[in-house]
Structures are given as C-alpha cells and as structure tokens.
Design a protein around this ligand. Structure first.
Ligand SMILES: NC(=O)c1ccc[n+]([C@@H]2O[C@H](COP(=O)([O-])OP(=O)(O)OC[C@H]3O[C@@H](n4cnc5c(N)ncnc54)[C@H](O)[C@@H]3O)[C@@H](O)[C@H]2O)c1
Length: 341
C-alpha cells in the first residue's frame, strides 16, 4: 500500500519535502495546497498531483494518509489539529507551535484520534550528530561537561521585507532563537539526554530595524546532571557563518560543523563523519546550504514508523521538550530571572 501524502505550504521549504517524497518508496505525493493559487498550481504541475487553495477541502476530497505542514509558525497548530481530527497523520515543520498550550493540544489530538504526529528536526540525522550520539551512548566520550554554541547568521532586511510573517511576534513567535537556532538546541538536548535544571538568558533586537522579534540571544542552559550549554545566537552577521558547536566531554572533545563532526579523544584517537554525496538527494530550487542534507532521512523514518505502527522518533512529546527550553529562554529574558524547569 502506498501512503497518499498532501503538502500544505508551497514556499521556501516545499521542494525539500516534495523531493524527499518523490525519492521515498511506498509514498505518493497526491496533492499540494497553498493560499497562493499560482504557487499551488505551479507545484502541482511540477509534481503531477492535484492542487488546492483550501486545506479543509483537500482533507475532504483527497483521502490522505498524511500531510506535511510547511506554513508559517502560527498556522502549525490549527492545521495540525484539523488534520488529526480527520484521522490524517501529520509531519509538521519546526517549531511545533509558538504557544505551549497549543503544542499540548496537538499531542492530545494525535492520541485521541489514534494517528501520529511528527516534527521536523532534521539535524539529528546528520552524520556528524549521529557520530557524536553513538560515542556518547557507547560511553567512549564519557559524560558531557559543557557545550559552546555560537550561531552567527545573516538575515538581511529583504528576508523580512519579502515575508508577511517573519519578524512578527504573533506569527513567527520569536526570531533567531525559535526560527534558526532551535535546530542546534534540539540536537544538543538530544545528545545530552538529560532534564533541564534551569535557563538564564538575555534577548535583544540589536541591529534589525524592521522586526518585532529578537535578533540576538545569549545565555546558559543548565542540565540536572551538571552539563551546561553556553550559547550566543544572532542573525545580523555579514554572512551565514558555520555555527560553532564544541562539546567538551570527560574523554574528549567533539566539534560539529554543518553536517559533519570530528571527535578528538584525549588518548590521541580521532573520529570523523560527514555526508557522502551518493547517499543524499538533490532538493532542488531555493534550498539553503545550512538546512543540511537530512530532511529525506527523517521523512523516510516517519513513513517507516507509520508502516510499523509505532511513534516516529521525533514525535510531539520529543519536540515539546526542546520547545520548552526555547520558551523558557524567552521567559528568562523577559522576566530577567533564572527559570527552572
Ligand atoms: N527544517 C528546516 O531547516 C527549515 C528550513 C526552512 C523553513 N522551515 C520551516 O518551514 C515552515 C515554512 O517556512 P518557509 O520558509 O517555507 O515559509 P514561506 O513563507 O516561504 O512559505 C509558507 C507558505 O505557506 C503558505 N500559506 C500561508 N497560509 C496558508 C494557508 N492558510 N493555507 C495554505 N498555505 C498557506 C504561503 O502562501 C507560503 O507559500 C516554517 O515552519 C519554517 O520554520 C524549516
């Protein structure tokens, strides 16, 4: 049986999902939806599928098994909940929601309707992240002591001027933290695999003039067993520099650079991992280098989970754990105090 899939939102990230689906056996891209008619019809023509401008109509007419939600952040909860109530499995782009209560409603709707909810955090599937995870799980790296996370991206005014939702608090839910750096917070939380004790943070709008959200966030995330992440995140640098992620462990240090990683053990041994071009697909137009190569891997894992009738690895609960760190960073900055989990 082939899963019939619909995609909602034919913007920047659309072709990454569409190409992933086309390259996944047992899956059929049945329909696309966008309120922008020309985007929807162009996408449908390219992928030889049906198109809609109203997602409720698509749910009614298409008999979909699953839908991917690729729309502005504030639309993830209503679209997800409507799909789940129609017994359609959902894979939504990050972040799960911009409000904690909505994320809980989404998770409940999946349970109540006996369908699955997955959330895209593709960077966990990078060969570099996987190498570090393996060496933490097998004990070779020992415990994580501390992490340095520096993200210095470039979002020009045009990035915000050409969007009707980016930079708006009610629609994006925040800035560099919830939109761009959330990927690294997720990978690091998954690697450290411990409960958060507290966060302390500052956020500000340092350079951008056109937006309501932060363009800088810095602080500390402290975990219960002692590890901590010190982070500095901003998106007004002069170019998209590779994020610097250094994980200092008992037996060595790991550096994650884009999709790759290098581990230097204190006994002199070194391990490296990076993408092998033949193992990945071409995501087509509009793709940004720093989105990485692993959407396809996570999307295949989601459909494997559906076929095996189990939860996807990154389900709603898993995404919510990362999301709570993000919200607590905003709360700590707003209330100028340490926020305990
Ligand atoms: N995982 C990643 O690396 C990654 C990268 C880029 C974007 N994203 C995420 O993907 C999502 C979309 O981002 P984007 O940059 O593609 O946004 P975008 O603005 O380029 O595209 C969003 C699309 O949704 C459509 N849309 C808006 N309201 C709609 C509605 N009611 N019904 C149907 N369509 C509607 C818009 O017309 C637009 O075409 C966001 O959650 C973003 O954070 C993730």
């Amino acid at each position: 049986m082939k899963f019939r899939v619909g995609l909602i939102g034919c913007g920047n990230i659309f072709s990454v999902h569409a190409e992933s689906l086309v390259n996944t056996p047992g899956v059929e891209l049945a329909s696309v939806c966008d309120i922008n008619l020309s985007r929807a019809s162009k996408a449908a023509k390219k992928y030889k599928c049906h198109f809609y401008t109203d997602y409720n109509r698509m749910f009614k007419e298409e008999k979909l098994d699953s839908v991917h939600i690729l729309t502005p952040h504030y639309l993830h909860p209503p679209m997800t909940i409507r799909a789940l109530k129609n017994k359609i499995n959902v894979l939504t782009e990050k972040p799960i929601s911009i409000d904690p209560k909505d994320a809980e409603k989404m998770i409940k709707a999946a349970k109540d309707n006996k369908v699955r909810l997955g959330v895209i955090f593709q960077n966990r599937y990078n060969p570099g992240s996987q190498l570090v995870k393996k060496n933490l799980l097998n004990g070779k790296l020992g415990k994580v002591k501390a992490v340095k996370l520096f993200v210095t991206y470039h979002k020009p005014d045009s990035y915000y001027k050409t969007s009707n939702w980016k930079g708006r608090l009610d629609k994006e839910g925040g800035g560099v933290l919830i939109d761009q750096a959330i990927h690294f917070i997720d990978v690091l939380r998954w690697l450290i695999d411990d409960k958060v004790d507290y966060v302390e943070a500052n956020t500000s709008r340092r350079m951008h003039k056109l937006i309501e959200v932060e363009d800088l966030a810095e602080g500390v995330i402290k975990f219960k067993k002692g590890a901590y992440i010190c982070f500095y995140l901003m998106n007004f640098y002069s170019f998209d520099a590779d994020p610097e992620i250094e994980i200092d462990c008992e037996n060595g240090r790991a550096k994650i650079i884009k999709d790759s990683a290098r581990i230097s053990f204190y006994n002199g041994k070194e391990l490296k991992a990076g993408p092998k071009p033949r193992e990945y697909i071409d995501y087509g137009e509009n793709r940004k280098d720093y989105w990485g190569v692993c959407h396809w891997i996570q999307i295949k894992e989601f459909y494997k989970a559906l076929r095996e009738n189990r939860e996807p690895e990154v389900n709603g609960e898993e995404a919510l754990k990362t999301q709570r760190i993000v919200w607590n960073i905003y709360k700590a900055a707003r209330e100028r105090r340490r926020v305990r989990s």
